[in-house]
Design a protein around this ligand. Structure first.
Ligand code: GTP
Ligand code: PEP
Length: 215
């Protein structure tokens, strides 16, 4: 199979990634910049993956739409107030071709070759998923020639498995390392993150201090 369509969800900045707020302090500080850096590094890695033909980003956030459009992805408006899974179904419905993958937007250590390896492995079954490093969440859900049926949210790995998706495992540490908490961001930085997240951490004294303090 030549090419996958990847769907990435992104909430409005004001309500996104609240568990990272202890790192970024008051609203209006670096919080929006951090959420955008995580998204930008994730989308750039997906676009650089040779198995990926297109990336659709479902968002009502103008700054996120501008960012991903500049990278070469296609922003599409969200379905307001419907939540994460309807947003992914909406994006999957707009994707090209029979091979569709939902990818978390908070994977700054993702490498294109890891995503390529996971997508290649996913071609063996109609629906597959990659659990996050804790084993409870999901970072990638794939469907080939069938509906995606996303069940992201708390305990999504169990939901995806019980819904018939096949769990995939492999040597892809960046694909597993979603960033929900300050500890996750430190772990991602240790793996090596993309240029947007690296630059933000370097130029933000608040973030650097908070990351050091959260150690
Ligand atoms: N487009 C869209 N994206 C969503 C929606 N809900 C969640 N997401 C995105 O899905 C990803 C995972 O969602 P969550 O783990 O709930 O993240 P979050 O709500 O931003 O983080 P916390 O506030 O820390 O729980 C994040 O990138 C969110 O931006 C939604 O309704 N629409
Ligand atoms: C929504 C999910 O992720 P998070 O860990 O970002 O809450 C999920 O894993 O299904």
């Amino acid at each position: 199979m030549s090419s996958w369509s990847v769907v990435v969800p992104a909430k409005r900045l004001a309500v996104a990634k609240t568990r990272l707020q202890p790192l970024t302090g008051a609203p209006g500080g670096d919080h929006g910049a951090l959420v955008l850096a995580l998204l930008g590094d994730t989308v750039a890695a997906a676009l650089a993956c040779p198995r990926v033909g297109s990336v659709v980003v479902v968002t009502d956030e103008p700054a996120a739409a501008d960012l991903v459009q500049g990278l070469g992805a296609r922003p599409v408006p969200d379905r307001p107030d419907r939540g994460l899974n309807p947003a992914l179904e909406h994006g999957a419905g707009l994707a090209d071709g029979p091979a569709v993958a939902a990818l978390s937007s908070d994977l700054p250590a993702l490498r294109p070759d890891e995503l390529a390896a996971a997508l290649t492995a996913a071609e063996a079954s109609p629906r597959c998923f990659v659990a996050d490093r804790q084993g409870t969440g999901t970072t990638l859900l794939t469907a080939v020639g069938t509906a995606l049926r996303p069940r992201f949210g708390r305990g999504s790995a169990r939901e995806h498995r019980s819904g018939g998706a096949v769990p995939l495992t492999g040597a892809w540490p960046g694909l597993l390392r979603d960033v929900d908490t300050p500890a996750d961001l430190r772990a991602a930085l240790e793996l090596g993150v993309g240029p947007r997240t690296t630059a933000l951490v370097r130029r933000s004294p608040t973030l650097a201090l908070a990351l050091g303090a959260a150690r």
